[in-house]
Design a protein around this ligand. Structure first.
Ligand SMILES: COc1nc(N)nc2c1ncn2[C@H]1C[C@H](O)[C@@H](COP(=O)(O)OP(=O)(O)OP(=O)(O)O)O1
Length: 177
């Protein structure tokens, strides 16, 4: 099974840089248009697969730096979700979801990603993974989620059919994740 992360930097519309006092007023989220690999051509948060013995937080920090050039202190990531993606009844990917309003730098495009600040009321769900519309609005409201999303039709996952899901909100997570 793949272990992966997603990271959603957020800001209030008037901010030009991250501000950890903005959590309650953040109304924009940084999405990427994925330029290669799984989910190519779709919007998502920065993120990717864990490497070596890194923790999910370390992975989210590294992937956000590599994909869009933002620097984040791992302690400033708020765990917001745990998502299990199943393909043909088998565990395929376990994804840790983080939010942050504290970061340094300006989003910059890379080979992997084109970043774009998006109003949280205008997230382009029609150009995203089909499951995102089910859990991302809740996460962007500041509530935590734990979900399982079932796909069928074989690899690759981004060509499989989304068939059903279970979702809990207001969950808590183990320390250290
Ligand atoms: C099934 O639904 C999914 N929804 C969303 N929103 N995101 C998903 C879904 N399935 C996978 N993902 C995420 C998890 C990762 O953040 C990326 C996939 O990352 P990728 O395979 O490109 O991983 P990298 O480590 O960046 O890849 P390289 O090997 O190219 O470095 O999608």
């Amino acid at each position: 099974m793949i272990e992966a992360t997603l990271c959603f930097p957020m800001r209030s519309r008037s901010d030009s840089a991250g501000d950890d006092t903005a959590a309650e007023t953040a109304n924009e989220v940084l999405l990427i248009e994925k330029r290669r690999g799984l989910g190519e051509g779709w919007y998502n948060g920065p993120g990717g697969k864990l490497e070596g013995d890194e923790t999910p937080r370390e992975c989210a920090v590294r992937e956000t730096r590599e994909e869009v050039g933002l620097e984040i202190d791992p302690a400033d990531l708020e765990k917001a979700g745990e998502l299990r993606f199943l393909l043909d009844g088998e565990e395929h990917t376990f994804c840790h979801v983080f939010l942050t309003t504290a970061f340094d730098g300006e989003p910059t495009a890379s080979d992997e990603a084109r970043p774009e600040w998006v109003d949280i009321d205008e997230v382009p769900y029609e150009q995203m993974w089909e499951d995102d519309r089910l859990w991302l609005p809740t996460v962007l409201e500041g509530k935590s989620v734990r979900g399982a999303f079932r796909f069928e039709g074989g690899e690759p996952l981004d060509e499989a059919e989304f068939v059903e899901y279970d979702l809990e909100t207001g969950v808590s997570f183990a320390d250290g994740d």
